[in-house]
Design a protein around this ligand. Sequence first.
Ligand code: NAP
Length: 291
Amino acid sequence: MINGNTRTCGLIGNPVEHTMSPVIHNTLADMLSHNLVYVPFSVEEGGLKDAIKGAFALNLLGLNVTVPYKSKVIPFLSGIDDLAQKIGAVNTLVRNSEGFAGYNTDMPGLYRAMCSEGIEIQGQDVILLGAGGAARAVAFLCALKGANKVYLLNRSLEKAVVVAEEVNSKAGRECIYPMALAEYRQLPEKSFLAIQATSVGLYPDTDRAVIEDQDFYSRIHTGYDLIYKPADTKFMQLVKKQGGRAFHGLKMLLYQGVIAYELWNHVSVPEETALQVYEILKEKMGIRELL
Ligand code: NAP
């Protein structure tokens, strides 16, 4: 029940109408008996600085940040965690005495999701599709967790080159190799973990995959699509058709939320509780598990 002691957290971005984050945080607050409410706030372009100032003045405990503000918010923070600084993107703000400190929970969220599915990164040869905001976090994850070689394929080669150079230099090892998407036939003859981090195949454009050539998928033992709507993407279908295992990104969404919740409330969310929230998320999204 909301009362005089209720703490508020929220999401800033634009658009925010379709977010599943309130389901994650309000369910966690309920299950863990925390007096906390989580609300989405649509912030207009140009209003970001005022939104952060206003959130601090209103005593908000924390915020998530989504498209298009994950990088733009950085100048308005009172501090930034090392990992978020390296990635150059912040998706979680934690209140401190001077303002909000920025964190990135997308990357550890993806790592936790992959661990929970038994997916290894260490020593793996990886194909990373995309060079946008999410792909940058994935490239860091692969570099920091000891992937062998990461082939970063993007439609525009220039963006792939920029991300690869930055990640290699900040991670202190040369493991990201940029390539144009159209050159996928030049990939070495190996067996790969493939991580799909483009927006191709996202609802409502569900009958497309960023690469549709079946031969490409015969080299993939595991495919992880960051997209979770739909929960069975064309990319996943192509991986499975060639005998690989395929996963959607809903667990990444779950764990980035769980980690943000842990930062705000200084708690450790039990795995059993996180998985109960996952079941509720799937139900809300009409997903009957297909894995
Ligand atoms: P973004 O920064 O806009 O990047 C989009 C990427 O998709 C770029 O690499 C872009 O290539 C590529 N792309 C777009 N249209 C393409 C096309 N027609 N053909 C080939 N490549 C195309 O987006 P983002 O924030 O990184 O998000 C990427 C995906 O990850 C989205 O689907 C998002 O829903 C998902 N995501 C999921 C989670 C989660 O918690 N599960 C978290 C974050 C993101 P160019 O550079 O050539 O334009």
